[in-house]
Design a protein around this ligand. Structure first.
Ligand code: NAD
Ligand code: LMR
Length: 328
């Protein structure tokens, strides 16, 4: 998508992920070297002081493409006329917690933000990063008049993690790995699918002989990577999450290379027999206008089908919880 100017709202802009995203958003890397960028930085009131400091640093980077920054705790001001909403602002989990434990704490954030999106530009796209990301995206979508197909939740980090694991196991560069699908929830039930993935254009199962690893440790490592980072770092992933969120934006903004796909959690339309009405990660492509389409026709084994149904069941449960809480 070629444009001269883009207006981007980043929620939670003074947080860890925000700090890692901001310089890259303004550098020209994401929207191209000819597109100027206005940033709307949304924070809760107590974090506005810290946000000022982040903005000072952004100014001190002297990015030629950055035309304006608006620092605010007013969601309507933040979302007025935006082309992209990067919904990061939410509490992260701590050690010993599941992402789903955040649901009733973070979920309400996305009702008001969904409503405020009605002030966005007609072409607005949203990526939800704050956890539990799939169900938070469902809440934002349900509370907004913006068309449903503009909302996605981030599973690109899981795709990137899976690509990195496969590349290391095969002893190849990560650029050799394509077509890794992530099915379902950004949680420990997600299903990273190696059965349709390629290494150097060949099926992963032909390149990696250790099929027990592909069906075992590969999957559990990707499913548990967020927890492993928290256990090691004491804080949840931020640099890799920011990078994946920007990968998502770039993949939506540009047409997907023929024959390839990327992972994003979008509203299920019943593809692959998954229930409609939940935000479920599928392999998707983008056209030249940022429209996402779920890739059809991947071969799913009985093994894969079982895993896809397990993560679907978890998302249906999460939907019930937020529905009972009146958030939809
Ligand atoms: P953080 O605590 O460092 O930053 C979050 C920021 O959001 C804080 O500055 C906070 O003040 C702000 N915030 C809270 N409520 C807000 C609201 N209503 N409006 C605007 N801002 C608000 O956390 P972080 O490490 O940046 O992580 C943010 C979220 O992203 C967490 O929920 C985390 O679990 C999630 N996450 C998701 C993925 C993914 O792949 N989907 C990966 C990593 C982290
Ligand atoms: C991740 O996958 O790193 C994030 O969702 C943070 C977390 O809580 O694991």
């Amino acid at each position: 998508m070629q444009r001269n100017h883009v207006t981007v709202a980043l929620t939670g802009a003074a947080g860890n992920i925000g700090y890692a995203m901001l310089p890259r958003l303004a550098s020209g890397e994401v929207f191209g070297p000819d597109t100027t960028v206005e940033l709307r930085l949304l924070e809760i009131t107590p974090a506005l002081g810290a946000l000022e400091g982040v903005a000072m640093e952004m100014n001190d980077c002297a990015f030629p493409l950055l035309t304006k920054m608006v620092l605010t705790d007013d969601v309507e001001e933040a979302f007025d006329g935006i082309n992209w909403g990067l919904f990061v602002g939410a509490k992260p989990r701590g050690k010993g917690m599941l992402r789903g434990d955040l649901i009733l704490g973070n979920g309400p954030i996305f009702t008001g933000q969904g409503k405020a999106l009605n002030k966005a530009a007609d072409d607005v796209r949203v990526i939800v990063v704050g956890n539990p990301a799939n169900t938070n995206a469902l809440i934002a979508m349900s509370n907004s008049d913006v068309p449903n197909d503009r909302f996605a939740a981030l599973t690109r980090l899981d795709q990137n993690r899976a690509m990195s694991q496969l590349a290391a196991k095969a002893g190849v560069a990560v650029s050799e790995v394509t077509n890794v699908a992530i099915f379902g929830n950004h949680s420990k039930t997600m299903y990273p699918d190696a059965e349709n993935a390629l290494i150097g254009g060949k099926p992963v199962y032909d390149v990696i002989d250790d099929h027990d690893w592909l069906r075992g440790d590969f999957i559990s490592t990707v499913q548990g990577r967020g927890k492993a980072v928290i256990d090691a770092r004491g804080k949840s992933s931020a640099m890799s999450a920011a990078s994946a969120a920007l990968d998502h934006v770039m993949s939506v903004e540009r047409p997907t290379p023929a024959g390839q796909h990327f992972a994003a959690a979008v509203l299920s339309d019943g593809s692959y027999g998954i229930s409609e009405g939940i935000i479920y990660s599928f392999p998707v492509t983008s056209d030249d206008n940022g429209n996402l389409e779920i890739v059809q026709g991947l071969t799913i084994s009985d093994f894969g089908r079982e895993k896809m149904k397990a993560t679907e069941a978890e998302l249906l449960e999460e939907k019930q919880v937020v529905s009972d809480a009146g958030l939809l």
